[in-house]
Each structure stands twice: as C-alpha cells, then as structure tokens.
Design a protein around this ligand. Structure first.
Ligand SMILES: [Fe+2]
Ligand SMILES: [Fe+2]
Length: 154
C-alpha cells in the first residue's frame, strides 16, 4: 500500500494560538502596550492551564479571573485615553469592549460553577485576543497616543 499518512495536528482543531506581541501591535502608548503584552501573556497562561489534564477548576478560574480583572482595567484606561483624544468612534469601541466583557463575565461565572468546556473556552479567549489589538485597537491608535494625566496616577 502506498497510502499517505494523515498529518496529526499538534493542536486541537479549531483552537487558534494566542497572537504573539510584536512592535507591529504597538498602539504608540507605553501603558496600553504594556497591558496588551500582559493580557497576551495571561492568555498563554490560561491556554497552558487548559492544556494540562490535571488542572483543577480552581486553577482555571484563577487564570481566567486574572484576564478578566486586567481587561476591565485596560478597557477603562483605553476608553479614557480615546475620549481625551476625541476619538470619533469611541461609542463603537465601547460597545465592542462591553460585549467582550459580557462574554468574559459569562465564561468566568460558568467556570465558577464548574462548567469548563476546554476547547470552547480556549477558542473564545484566543479569538478575543486575536481581534482585540489588531482589529479593534490598531485602527484607532492615532487616538491612543497620550494618557490623560488624571488616570495615570497609581
Ligand atoms: Fe480596545
Ligand atoms: Fe486594548
């Protein structure tokens, strides 16, 4: 027989990797870039936990909660910067943030109740992180350049 061996995928089908940060993803604001980098790292951490068969629900919840907490702070800072710079699409940007926050909150409360669908959870997180910077933030980076002084303290 001369059958071609099927390629074995190294990752489960349908799960995209978390994008790696590179200077191409910079929005030109050091604090927002730093938060984006940390969010991507936390995403990698969550995927690693989800890939670990022995990981407990408590560990998964903790990893997801870290993402949720930072993303709330990040969205608030980003919105204040966009507002201070007069971003004309601020309202649309807020809607995108809000719908992502609603989805994250639902995922977190599911995990808190022990509902963990690993492929779905990792797919949603990777997908959100994939869109967040390149599709939502980079198009408005001209309005992210300065951090309003009142919001940078602490
Ligand atoms: Fe954003
Ligand atoms: Fe962002």
């Amino acid at each position: 027989m001369n059958a071609i061996k099927p390629k074995i995928p190294t990752k489960p089908l349908g799960v995209k990797p978390i994008p790696k940060w590179s200077p191409k993803l910079s929005v030109g604001n050091a604090k927002l870039d730093e938060q984006h980098i940390t969010l991507l790292e936390l995403g990698q951490d969550l995927l690693r936990v989800l890939d670990t068969k022995t990981a407990t629900v408590v560990q998964i919840h903790g990893a997801l909660e870290d993402i949720v907490k930072l993303s709330r702070l990040h969205d608030a800072l980003e919105e204040s910067v966009l507002e201070a710079n007069g971003c004309p699409t601020l309202a649309e940007h807020k809607v995108v943030h809000q719908s992502a926050q609603t989805q994250l909150a639902t995922l977190l409360s599911d995990v808190a109740r022990g509902i963990v669908d690993r492929p779905v959870l990792s797919g949603l997180i990777a997908d959100w992180m994939g869109h967040h910077i390149s599709e939502n933030d980079l198009p408005v980076k001209d309005y992210m350049k300065h951090t309003p002084k009142a919001r940078t303290a602490g």
